[in-house]
Design a protein around this ligand. Structure first.
Ligand code: ADP
Length: 183
């Protein structure tokens, strides 16, 4: 049973690696960023509410994302495991998730931190050129990452759930290192 949480700054390559591993293990890749972007595209109530935050590089309010993740983790395909990408992003989300996984009888998750230096991350995001990848928004996303999300590294480390992988290598090298630490 594989239940993995991917942590790391924006542009760390979480999405790419999480998707490859999820395909390999045939378990769902649950990316809150992807779900939110889809909601935005379809202009659902959630998408309309989330848009202004995403456009500015701010976090969408915890409650919205928490409800979204709860609904997703209740789907039947999650019984074989999952990879969470982009959630939790705050300590509050992390404690919500812990309680939710207990409730759903899905505990036993492990956390991978994809470690990449700031200058590399900025260069990668500028290259990627997604709609919310302008320099100003990228800078804000990194600030938010540092203040809201980076504390999760200590949070999970103190619970001995944390695996660290050097994300500043080629895609293949990162995949190989991930496979090694997870097995
Ligand atoms: P990145 O590729 O930069 O890591 P994501 O695709 O994971 O970004 O997320 C894009 C945007 O969606 C974030 O900047 C944020 O506004 C919103 N978002 C995604 N996940 C969360 C979350 N767990 N909590 C709050 N906002 C989120």
């Amino acid at each position: 049973m594989t239940r993995l949480i991917f942590l790391g700054p924006p542009g760390a390559g979480k999405g790419t690696q999480a998707k490859a591993l999820a395909d390999h293990w045939q378990i769902p890749h649950i990316s809150t960023g992807d779900i939110l972007r889809q909601a935005l595209k379809e202009q659902t109530t959630l998408g309309v509410k989330a848009q202004s935050y995403m456009d500015k590089g701010e976090l969408v309010p915890d409650q919205l994302v928490e409800e979204m993740v709860e609904e997703r983790l209740k789907q039947p395909d999650t019984t074989s495991g999952w990879i969470l990408d982009g959630f939790p992003r705050t300590v509050k989300q992390a404690s919500f998730l812990e309680a939710l996984l207990q409730k759903l009888d899905q505990a036993g998750e492990r956390v991978v931190n994809l470690d990449v230096p700031d200058d590399i991350v900025v260069a990668r995001l500028l290259e990627r050129g997604r709609k919310d990848d302008t320099e100003e928004v990228i800078r804000r996303r990194l600030e938010v990452y540092r203040s809201e999300t980076a504390p999760l590294i200590d949070y999970y480390s103190s619970k001995a759930q944390l695996l660290i992988v050097n994300g500043n290598q080629s895609l293949e090298e990162v995949t190989a290192e991930l496979a090694k630490v997870i097995s």
